[in-house]
Design a protein around this ligand. Structure first.
Ligand code: 6R9
Length: 665
């Protein structure tokens, strides 16, 4: 077979090296490898002193902390625990009376191209007023608030307003279903929902409020006392009297001043649900102090943000990247950022490049899946190729969400960055709070497809199942051996699951297990993350649990008897979801199979959200199982890829099933 090398293989043979631009080495905060090594040495020498210094320099504390790290109840680590601060004050109030006060905080570009700008001073007034509106609804410190909002300034205002009064927000991505909204309301015990009547994406008006209503109507959401509705469009929405208010009604008469509530450093700033390898999504709980330190610090370290930069992170606020690099980091660092409501392909696939030119974006942070789809679009239509726009304002590019294949990296480097902008390939997870392994633009020589080296103080390593280091050049499991300030604090409502998921006993119970496979280069010791090693899929940079999709499929109990979900490599989305389904009736073929597959896809979209729709659905009379009844997923993975089965199938109870499942219905 003369197959072209897969993404992983081409990473393994990658030997191009791109040194940091000289100008940037001179001016960057972390200058050259010597600058990086000096910080690493400082962290090595006095771990707690290092973090204490940074926490004092980067954040404003209303009550200074005296203890930096408390490991007495590991892995429930505590950072800066006796200190007090407010996250919103650290993003907004701190800039008042400085030149940042009148600077543009957010340049908002709507789906239709309309632009709205807000200064720091104006943003503070809006956040304070909204915080007062929340208080008037009875929301107080420690309450949980669910946010289901479109990408709008109001979305950031809602998050910041919660932070201002010490309420813990839980943002749900606007593409998730009513059921997902219901489950998160129940798990978090939310008292209020902040939503919009509709969201605008790609010229379409999509409902949000109606989905909230549907979720609440599913039951168990009695904790919800109020629903605040941002009227994004003039379209009417259904009002539940006594519970629902429009933003305008909630804000009427509220003062634009609101004293921020000081909270303990460990106070939960937010809960963000993410997929795990088993069962329902996990409510990842983050702190206020350690998290915010990371948001600010990585803006300075990874992006080397400067006063005249225009930063643009294309993530949605419903994901962790949108939390750290839209709602908190850029504001804490006093930067100007672009926020975009729409999608990269509307009105055409040149939208990103056009926006970079229009707003003179200097730091651009996006996902490999977006880059790959824009490469494809540019290949088939010259008119949307980035060369048609002036991208000379760019100085740093970033990538996040999944491994970036060297081909996409090179295209991004050449065609977007004009071969002058370093690409920071930032590896991190919802649980990490912010970048952990990443190049530094003024220091690290780049290798396409490698996230290079851990940030100072981050004890990243690659180990075997027992927690022992593997030599460079051999693959293993990515772990972080020491705590860091912005780490997950617990899984909301489930501390046992937190311990079990991330701090396995076999490794001593104190080492953070990321769930990713990785390898370090034999020469450079650079990290290359190869993808998840658990039952989590990464589809277009979105995390999906295979079990979650399986449960959704079997929940269609009139039709589905059994389902198994695996991932298979996909050129565009990184991984694609492939479901093997056994129906309660005879195995369908031809048109009937197509029709039932479509029905099941829509079902999954309703249960979880459209992003969880399986790309392939194959029907079988049964699934490949061992004699003890275990589904042999590795065989399903091979079948999904269209590979010949070379594995040992001697333990299989029903080997004949493989031929049937190898066929695409
Ligand atoms: C920030 C975010 C986390 C998972 C993670 C890994 C993958 C993210 C990556 C990367 C290789 C990178 N991932 N960044 N893999 N290189 N630069 O995406 O958080 O949604 O929780 O996903 O994404 O597999 O474990 P989250």
């Amino acid at each position: 077979m003369s197959a072209s090398p897969s993404a992983i293989e081409s990473v393994l043979i990658e030997n191009r090296v791109f040194p940091p631009p000289e100008g940037l080495v001179k001016t960057a905060r972390i200058s050259g490898m010597a600058g990086y090594e000096a910080l690493c040495a400082e962290a090595d020498k006095d771990f707690e002193g290092f973090w204490a210094r940074l926490a004092r320099e980067n954040l404003q504390w209303t009550r200074p902390f005296t203890k930096t790290l408390d490991e007495s109840n590991a892995p429930f680590y505590q950072w800066f625990a006796d200190g007090e601060l407010n996250a919103s004050a650290n993003c907004l109030d701190r800039h008042m009376g400085t030149p940042v006060e009148s600077k543009t905080a957010i340049i908002f570009e709507a789906d239709d191209g309309a632009v709205t700008k807000v200064t720091y001073k104006e943003l503070l007034a809006r956040v304070a007023q909204f915080a007062n509106a929340l208080k008037a609804q009875g929301v107080k410190k420690g309450d949980r608030v669910l946010i289901y909002m479109p990408m709008t300034i109001e979305g950031v205002v809602a998050m910041q307003a919660c932070a201002r009064i010490g309420a813990t927000h839980s943002v749900v991505f606007g593409g998730f279903s009513a059921k997902a909204v219901q489950e998160r309301i129940i798990d978090a015990g939310a008292v209020a929902v902040i939503t919009a009547n509709y969201q605008l994406r790609g010229g379409k008006e999509l409902p949000l409020k109606a989905i909230v209503d549907e979720g609440i109507a599913m039951g168990g959401c009695e904790s919800i006392k109020s629903v605040l509705v941002y009227e994004r469009t003039p379209t009417a929405w259904n009002r539940v009297d006594g519970r629902d208010k429009s933003f305008a009604e909630a804000l009427a008469g509220q003062s634009t001043e609101c004293v921020p509530v000081a909270v303990e450093a460990e106070h939960p700033l937010f809960i963000l649900y993410t997929s795990g390898s088993t069962g329902k999504p996990k409510g990842v709980q983050h702190s206020t102090g350690g998290y915010l330190l990371w948001a600010k610090l990585t803006m300075d370290w990874t992006f080397d943000l400067r006063p005249d930069d225009v930063f643009w992170c294309t993530a949605d606020i419903g994901w962790v990247t949108g939390h750290t690099y839209i709602a908190y980091g850029p504001l804490a660092a006093g930067g100007t950022q672009v926020m975009f409501e729409g999608i990269p392909t509307y009105p055409n696939a040149g939208r990103f490049w056009q926006m970079i030119e229009r707003h003179k974006v200097s730091i651009f942070y996006t996902a490999p899946t977006a880059i790959r789809s824009l490469i494809k679009a540019a290949d088939s239509d010259e008119k949307v190729h980035p060369k048609n726009w002036d991208l000379s304002s760019l100085r740093i590019l970033g990538s996040v969400g999944e491994p970036i294949n060297p081909e996409a990296w090179m295209w991004y480097y050449k065609n977007v960055g004009g071969e002058r902008c370093p690409i920071v390939d930032t590896w991190w997870q919802t649980e990490n709070g912010g970048h952990l392994i990443t190049p530094l633009p003024g220091a690290t020589p780049l290798v396409p497809g490698s996230c290079t080296l851990p940030l100072p103080g981050i004890a990243a390593a690659i180990v075997d199942e027992t927690g022992k280091d593997v030599p460079n050049g051999s693959g293993g499991m990515l772990v972080i051996k020491r705590p860091w300030p912005s780490m997950i604090r617990t899984i909301w409502n489930d501390p046992e699951r937190f311990k079990k998921s991330y701090f396995p006993e076999e490794m001593g119970g104190k080492i953070y297990l990321a769930g990713d496979g990785a390898v370090r280069d034999a020469k450079t010791a650079y990290f290359r993350v190869t993808g998840r090693i658990d039952d989590v899929l990464n589809v277009s940079g979105h995390r999906m649990g295979t079990m979650e999709i399986e449960s959704a499929l079997v929940a269609k109990s009139d039709l589905v008897a059994e389902a198994a979900v695996v991932g298979r490599p996909d050129d565009l989305t990184g991984e694609a979801i492939c479901a093997f389904v056994v129906l309660k009736r005879a195995r369908p073929t031809g048109e009937e199979a197509k029709q039932i597959a479509a029905e099941l896809r829509n079902w999954v979209a309703k249960e979880i959200g459209p992003i969880a729709k399986p790309k392939d659905i194959r029907f079988g009379d049964n699934l490949p199982k061992t004699r003890s009844g275990k589904i042999m997923r590795r065989l399903l993975r091979s079948l999904a890829k269209g590979e010949a089965i070379t594995q040992d199938t001697s333990t299989l109870e029903n080997p004949a099933i493989l031929d049937q499942l190898a066929q695409n219905n």
